[in-house]
Design a protein around this ligand. Structure first.
Ligand code: NAP
Length: 267
């Protein structure tokens, strides 16, 4: 297949490499000219592209032409820029997707579309996304915009917190004090499972679906990160025990029903 991956970052680059290994023709984008040689050396056809609210910089038409599948793999970017207008960027992109004739789109979203609360609710794909943070609202709108399009069929994967080579959340928490929500369950997913799930969606042509994707293990934040800090001989994180914890548990019915997917990595 011809697969275009918008955003060859921490997840997108190893995903692109795996798809090349499996024999697909893969176009990959980056915003950095220097990274293009790295993409080429991995057998990925590199494109320099940047989404703005006003339009798209780079040859988006060539990037989308002939693609059987487009994977959108860029974060909303509100942490670096609280005024970022992600929905505007996805709107511009959608105009080009419609013109290109791409039939299938996979949008990488996040479990942050579900709200944390004191009741620690369990959410599956059958529950409405109810997140009210700015980033949750923008992700929810982007999901809806893509799913409601009549020109192509979109699936959404809502990943929990990503971890894997070079990204271990305990490194940010180690030694910190007053960390909120110690009793909140963790909702994490390893890079290998992210890639495994995306490949199953493509292979099984599971279009028009929503997938929640977090490991089925949900120890509390306090248990998990204390044990990870011990394992790695790092200073222990310290938690705020003075306030009740808000959180959620992310489950999936569709990973089993539609993909028959079993997780490969433990936490
Ligand atoms: N981090 C988490 O725990 C988490 C949890 C759930 C879901 N997710 C989702 O997982 C996906 C992958 O995350 P990641 O950690 O791999 O992200 P990342 O490492 O920051 O990579 C993002 C990629 O998007 C490109 N990009 C950023 N802004 C862009 C723009 N305006 N226009 C075009 N390209 C742009 C970057 O370009 P460069 O190559 O130039 O950097 C990079 O290739 C995202 O969709 C994110 O929302 C993340």
């Amino acid at each position: 297949m011809n697969i275009s991956i918008l955003g060859c970052g921490w997840l997108g680059l190893p995903l692109a490499k795996k798809l090349v290994e499996e024999g697909h023709v893969v176009k990959g984008s980056t915003t950095s000219r220097e990274k293009m040689t790295q993409l080429t050396s991995e057998g990925i056809l590199p494109y320099l592209l940047k989404l703005h609210t006003e339009g798209i910089q780079g040859d988006i038409t060539a990037f989308l032409s002939d693609a059987d599948v487009l994977i959108i793999d860029i974060p909303p970017g509100l942490r670096g820029d609280p005024d970022a207008n992600f929905i505007g960027k996805i709107g511009r992109l959608q105009d080009y997707i419609k013109k290109s004739g791409v039939a299938n789109v996979l949008f990488i979203s996040s479990t942050s579309v579900y709200e944390d609360s004191l009741e620690i609710p369990v959410y599956t794909e059958n529950d409405p996304a109810n997140g009210i943070s700015e980033s949750a609202k923008q992700l929810r709108s982007a999901e809806e915009l893509l799913r409601n399009s009549e020109s192509f069929s979109a699936s959404i994967v809502r990943f929990g917190g990503l971890f894997g080579p070079g990204r271990n959340p305990v490194n940010y928490l180690s030694g910190r004090k007053n960390i909120k929500d110690p009793k909140a369950p963790v909702n994490l997913i390893h890079l290998e499972d992210c890639i495994g799930i995306i490949i199953e969606i493509i292979n099984k042509k599971a279009w028009g679906e929503i997938f929640n994707a977090a490991s089925p293990e949900h120890p509390s934040k306090e248990e998990h990160y204390t044990s990870k800090a011990r394992e790695n001989n790092l200073p222990l994180p310290e938690f705020d025990q003075g306030h009740a914890s808000k959180g959620k548990t992310i489950r999936s019915v569709n990973l089993k029903e539609k993909l028959d997917y079993s997780f490969r990595q433990v936490l």
